[in-house]
Design a protein around this ligand. Sequence first.
Ligand SMILES: *Cc1c(COP(=O)(O)O)cnc(C)c1O
Length: 361
Amino acid sequence: MDRIINFNPGPAALPLPVLEKIQAELLNYQGTGMSVLEISHRSKPFEKILADVQQLIKKHFGMGDEYKVLFMGGGASLQFVMLPLNLMSKGRTADYIITGSWSKKALKEARILGAPKVAASTEEEKFTRVPRPEELKLSKDAVYVHLTSNNTIAGTQWKRFPDTKGVPLAVDMSSDILCRRMDISNVGMIYAGAQKNLGPAGVTLVIMREDLIAQCEDEGLNTLLKYRTLVEKNSLFNTPPVFPIYAMKLYMEWIDDQGGLEAVEKQNVEKAELLYGAMDAMGDFYRGATEKESRSIMNVTMSLPSEELEAKFIKKGLEAGFNGLKGHRSVGGIRVSMYNATPVKAIEKLVDFMRTFKAGN
Ligand SMILES: *Cc1c(COP(=O)(O)O)cnc(C)c1O
């Protein structure tokens, strides 16, 4: 069966070699006589999967042992709750930078638990860009500064993380984790649902630095809602999502096979230059939805001259073998989600299609 080109925003395309490896060892995981779907989370094979994926993630980020790599359920959305629950207790506060729907949701949950502050927001500009460093109003007493590194729906992305004057950043990297090399020296916490750029749905990656773990609440919180429990039990307080963690390990190995994060970044930049370059070269037909300096290399958002043409573009695109081109229901338009697993060739084909479509319409 032919696989189509999948631009779904999440769950999203996985690298084909990862799927093939899963298929090849699905019935008998490395001589255990059992599927990885059937092994114990307290068995030696899973202990190794866990240790390997933690080591690979730290290697790709260039992180030292001060960062703890954790796995849990509940999606990135549960981290909107757990982060303030653990770190904003007892009247402490945090700063939130609002750059799209996901940061608004994170703020909403923090407000249920306390009094976070908004350090900046680009909502008045319909989230067409991320704030400039000089626009941030950081508070002195914040325990962390929360930001969304890539705005999946709006199609914007931070090019580098802002200086937060010594306050650790807590970053929702759900839609651009490990898509490029980044200076993370002021990042104290990272979280990401796996289903966009790490693996299949069902596990959330949480990385926390020791200084923030030390500030986490220990009393008055239920056991599984405390980051400290997950750190102390190495994510094995209860049964973790074994299969998605295994798939994530294969994904991390695939990054190695590409030549590491530097090579993955190079491909991602190439894809972005191809697609944005083509859009810009075709005049006003494919209008970018974001300001140039904030353009995301993961989710490219655009509009066509009319909603009818957009609907036609999506329909004809599907016929030509492209899936997932419809913009998020809250903003409309066209969105091309091209995470790490999307090959350069897929974008070359899309650009050809876009030229043909414009010529015929
Ligand atoms: C998809 C997404 C989420 C939500 O993730 P869930 O795992 O479904 O909770 C949060 N933040 C960002 C930036 C996303 O792209």
